[in-house]
Design a protein around this ligand. Sequence first.
Ligand code: PGA
Length: 251
Amino acid sequence: MKKLILAANWKMNKTATDAAAFVSSFEEFAAKSKHTIVICPSFTSIFALVNAKAKNIHVGAQNIFFESKGTYTGEISSSMLADAGVEYVIVGHSERRAMFGDTNEVVAKKLKVAIEGGFKAILCIGETYDEKLNKQTKKVLKTQLESAIKGVSATENLTVAYEPVWAISSGDPTKPKMTPTNDEIAKTHLFIKGILEKYGFNKTKILYGGSANDKNCEEFAKIENVDGFLIGGASLEVEKFASMLKAVEKI
Ligand code: PGA
């Protein structure tokens, strides 16, 4: 029996009003699930989710800034997130790496601040379509992972999300969209686990992300070293997210 983490990454979707409405319909499904449900809304919806106090809905942020306070217009600090009641923080999502200057160096700083702030951090790593094509997957994942975890001591508060950019629904519109095979996921998660263990992260859970949905999640969840999912598109509708929960309930 596996206890998975199903983490919703809502990206830039839903107002606070939408978020509150979502939770009031979704909470009965979350409450029944044996798995851990996390929802990462936009910053403006965090209070709506925290104040809903829904059973088994943990609230996460999609980003964090590494400085503690000061002249950083538009940024959100660790203490602000803690005060808002946030429990999880996503760091290094591929959209932030591609569009908002989150280099490996920046991601390492954010991860350190998140872990030191007592959050459960979800560190995203993943290769692009071209990197996969050029057989760079292992090299890219190793660099992304090592550069981030070198700065923190081994902790159970780290979770890694393997998100191949070529499988994410947003991805690169100019490149083909694919879903990895079970074998690809198994091999890659094993590879990631090996690196984590080398640095003493023996209990780190590894999520899969990239077009995970109610059709494929049961198969994927059966794979060794798949400890859950980071879910974009399929987490935006109550019915779809609820049917994912149902699909993995007997795992
Ligand atoms: P997707 O997004 O499930 O819509 O592919 C996953 C993610 O970007 O975290």
